[in-house]
Ligand binder design. Structure first.
Ligand code: ACO
Length: 435
């Protein structure tokens, strides 16, 4: 059978070309022979890499890491095992897993100077800002990380980053509360140790509640990777210049900080508090439908069916509430979901709850403070960022990321000396947007 092709005819010139189709994609560079580029703001229909890390079928609501369904991993795996799977491509054997746990745990401490660096932030600094700055600063502590083509260096920075992210995250929180920092306790699980660094007070040994520890571990699994999302794309873009992984993770975390991405769960909880009671849900739906605001935690670029992670989180919420007592926000969220899923506006746009719709409610019930929500996301996503970064480094087809633009500005103009200029150039509102 002939190799599949796409025939393109340029009706301006009559020129016809056959473009090979590989893995359901044509190469945008093949369009160059027609002298045209593909224009795709927000990269909605552009694949910029080949990846083996995670697979999403947005129509059927499927998410797999390295081929394993998210439901099976949430049910049977642990975050550290899933991180191994994501980073190394296979589930570990017992001895490999033991070694991996040891390797991550030996990197949970941070340099004391980094602690002083965190102390330099204002008392009310947002922990996501602290995390972004601190992880970027790690680059100066490990200058050898610039050897990105060296396998051993990549392995070392991966262990360090997965090991240190919870420590930096917890220190950021303790700083904002004026509490002394709690050093890692490596007898505990990855998630248990994080809870200890967050919440331990004067007790000699912090013992996390097993249900809450497991719930957070599952949430970490669900957030570990999600193919070419905004922050991962940022990680790859920065990585493509061969910058070291610490500054690349700082950039990825910065992309995650926005309300359309990793801060959506924080926004969901603000929104639910603002609604306050079930009877006020219809008024919010009205505002959303009139375009005044978005329903946070709803909608997804890829999922046009229920986000499979949201289903798992909804189940976990009930387990958490048995320990913490019910978070009353859940009733408002369920009512919001019920009304939205019956409403033509949401149905026709295929807007369903995403991972962030319920995660914030669980975090809040666990007494994890709101500004920490995107930080929790960043801890979990570090394994995905590192796996995708390594894939990029090894991909011989990749070069420095440098997209084209469609220039729509002025043609060449003569420079006019200052004293001869009159009004009449571009309006400020055209450049900065409406006042
Ligand atoms: N509430 C109301 N309307 C929405 C929402 C929403 N949450 N999301 C999308 N829409 C509407 C848009 O207004 C648009 O309607 P129109 O066709 O009448 O103009 C249509 O649905 C398509 O929306 P887009 O913005 O084109 O969708 P896109 O794929 O670019 O955006 C995104 C995806 C950013 C997630 C969006 O759905 C959104 O802003 N959701 C709220 C924020 C959120 O929950 N983010 C977390 C995403 S998951 C994650 O990052 C972990």
């Amino acid at each position: 059978m002939a190799a599949p092709t796409l025939t393109v005819i340029d009706n301006r010139t009559g020129k016809k070309v056959d473009l090979p189709i590989e893995n359901g994609a044509i190469r945008a560079t093949d369009l160059a022979q027609l002298g045209i580029v593909s224009y795709d703001p927000a990269l909605i229909n552009t694949a910029a890499c080949k990846s083996k890390v995670s697979y999403i079928d947005g129509e059927r609501g499927i998410l797999r890491y390295r081929g394993y369904p998210i439901e099976a991993l949430a049910e049977q795996s642990s975050f550290l095992e899933t991180a191994y799977l994501i980073v190394k491509g296979e589930l570990p054997t017992t001895s490999h897993f033991r070694m991996w746990q040891h390797n991550i745990k030996t990197h949970t401490l941070i340099h004391e100077n980094l602690k002083h660096f965190i102390e330099g932030f204002r008392y009310d600094a947002h922990p996501m800002g602290i995390l972004i700055g601190t992880v970027g600063a790690l680059s100066t502590f490990y200058p050898e990380a610039k050897h990105v083509l060296d396998l051993e260096s990549r392995r070392m920075q991966t262990r360090r980053l997965i090991g240190k992210m919870p420590t930096m995250a917890a220190f950021a929180y303790r700083h904002s509360r004026g509490l002394p920092y709690v050093y890692p306790d490596n007898d505990l699980s990855y998630t248990g140790n994080f809870l200890s660094m967050m919440f331990r007070m004067t007790e000699l040994k912090y013992r996390p509640d097993p249900v809450l520890e497991n719930a957070l571990d599952v949430l970490f699994i669900l957030h570990a990777d999600h193919e070419q999302n905004c922050s991962t794309t940022t990680m790859r873009t920065i990585g493509s210049s061969l910058a070291d992984p610490y500054v690349a993770v700082a950039g990825a975390a910065a992309a995650l900080a926005g309300p359309r991405h990793g801060s959506a769960n924080e926004e969901v909880v603000h929104m639910l508090h603002e609604i306050g009671s079930k009877d006020r849900v219809p008024a919010l739906i009205k505002q959303v439908k009139s375009g005044e605001r978005r329903l946070m935690g709803f909608g997804h670029r890829v999922y046009k069916n229920y986000d499979p992670r949201a289903k798992i989180i909804k189940r976990i919420a009930h387990q958490v509430f048995e320990v913490t007592g019910k978070n009353p926000l859940i009733d408002i969220a369920l009512e919001l979901e019920r009304i939205a899923l019956e409403d033509e506006y949401f149905v026709s746009r295929r807007l369903y709850p995403n991972v962030d719709f319920y995660s914030g409610i669980i975090y809040e019930a666990m007494s994890l403070p709101l500004p920490m929500f995107p930080v929790l996301f960043a801890i979990a996503r570090t394994s995905g960022w590192m796996a995708q970064w390594a894939e990029l480094i090894l991909d011989e087809e990749q070069k420095i990321t440098r997209p084209k633009q469609v220039y729509v500005g002025y043609d060449e103009r003569n420079y006019v000396p200052l004293d001869q200029r009159r009004d009449g150039g571009a309006l400020e509102t055209e450049v900065y947007g409406p006042l």
